[in-house]
Write a new protein. Structure first.
Length: 366
């Protein structure tokens, strides 16, 4: 059994998933569960691991794998690739398994062709259903909790008894950030009991545009209990950020998984989650306060999604503001009853990194 891993190794969600797979593989090789010579690694783009604090032995192993990956690779060797559908048809192997995060609902001819020309996996059954409606077959691969980078710290971050809400993910229309923030501020602004922390910095926008995002959202209002943090450059900083909250808000209209929200729930945080798309793979009535969506709106924003493009066409889920606020109030009640989301803690065991790696290898080599 031989397998090549063709992965983006960076700070994006794709990169975080790639590094989790590689670290898990390295650990299993050290434990004698896998044979090192069975695996090669090729990087998609330039590797950038500045966000992570990595063990020296793993870094040495990865650097050697990357240095020898293309040198030793044969197109006869099956390849597992983690990438966007746009670019997913390009392959290093005659047998490629592609894992992609698809977010919208109208697969285009180009996207259907990519799916049909790979052994394609999606992290959302919603995506699988949308492609099945176009006659394209794919399979489900759930993501996993990253126990290397994220863990409970046990720290007490605030001493004033506040209830803190977190909003995560780089600012985009599809994530419904603007509506979430404005709805939250309308209900909770300048109330000393509640605070909103936002990490919505988008590294794909320049600094002035990021500043304008916040200014436009606040529209002259500057409630003291809403804060906007800069880009968090290390996973260790982000781990502190996730640990500092009581409730994570996951009202995105389109996700491939929702890693920050998922990770927060696995850390025992309470949550308000839209009951739609990939969130449904891990968010349940027991581990989250579920909010029903209220229909759909077009996804096009002129920045990341353009109408009539060969990729990324369709709609995102919308939500009712009153329903969202009602869910926030229900989540507050859960925090007041018990700050720890015990059902959330169980979630990480259902989606372990070992299960993810095993499924990747089985899908790609069968």
């Amino acid at each position: 059994m031989k397998l090549n891993l063709h992965l983006p190794i960076n700070s994006t969600s794709f990169g975080q998933t790639s590094t989790l797979l590689l670290r898990t593989l390295f650990e299993e090789i050290k434990e004698g569960k896998r044979l090192d010579e069975d695996f090669s690694v090729c990087a998609l783009g330039t590797p950038d691991l500045r966000t992570q604090d990595l063990p020296e032995d793993f870094s040495q192993w990865l650097n050697l794998k990357l240095a020898t990956g293309i040198v030793k690779h044969s197109r006869k060797t099956p390849t597992f690739k983690l990438w966007h559908l746009n670019g997913g048809i390009e392959s290093l192997s005659e047998k490629q398994t592609l894992l992609s995060f698809y977010e919208l609902d109208e697969p285009t001819e180009s996207e259907v062709n990519v799916v049909n020309n790979n052994n394609t996996l999606f992290s959302s059954n919603y995506s699988i259903e949308k492609f099945a409606s176009r006659g394209a077959k794919s399979s489900f691969l759930p993501l996993a909790f990253d126990s290397y980078n994220f863990k409970q710290t046990g720290k007490k971050y605030y001493i004033d008894g506040r209830i803190t809400f977190n909003l995560c993910g780089k600012f985009e229309k599809r994530k419904n950030h603007e509506k979430v923030i404005k709805s939250w501020i309308k209900r909770f602004k300048n109330n000393t009991k509640y605070f909103l922390q936002c990490t919505i910095y988008n590294p794909f926008l320049d600094q002035s545009l990021n500043n304008n995002v916040v200014n436009n959202l606040l529209q002259g209002e500057k409630p003291f209990n809403a804060s906007f943090l800069p880009f968090l450059e290390k996973n260790s900083f982000y781990n502190d950020y996730l640990n500092s909250s009581d409730i994570v808000l996951g009202m995105s209209g389109a996700e491939g998984w929702g890693l920050p929200e998922f990770t927060s729930v696995c850390l025992g945080k309470h949550s308000v989650i839209m009951n739609a798309h990939s969130y449904k793979e891990w968010a349940t009535e027991s581990n989250s306060v579920l909010t029903e969506h209220s229909g759909k709106i077009e996804a096009y924003d002129g920045v990341f999604f353009h109408k009539n493009s060969p990729f990324n066409q369709g709609h995102i889920h919308d939500f009712n503001e009153d329903a969202f606020i009602s869910s926030c109030e229900e989540a507050v009640k859960r925090v007041e009853k018990d700050k720890i989301n015990h059902e959330g803690l169980k979630t990480k065991d259902l989606f372990s990194k070992e299960k993810l790696l095993d499924k990747v290898i089985r899908y790609a080599t069968s």
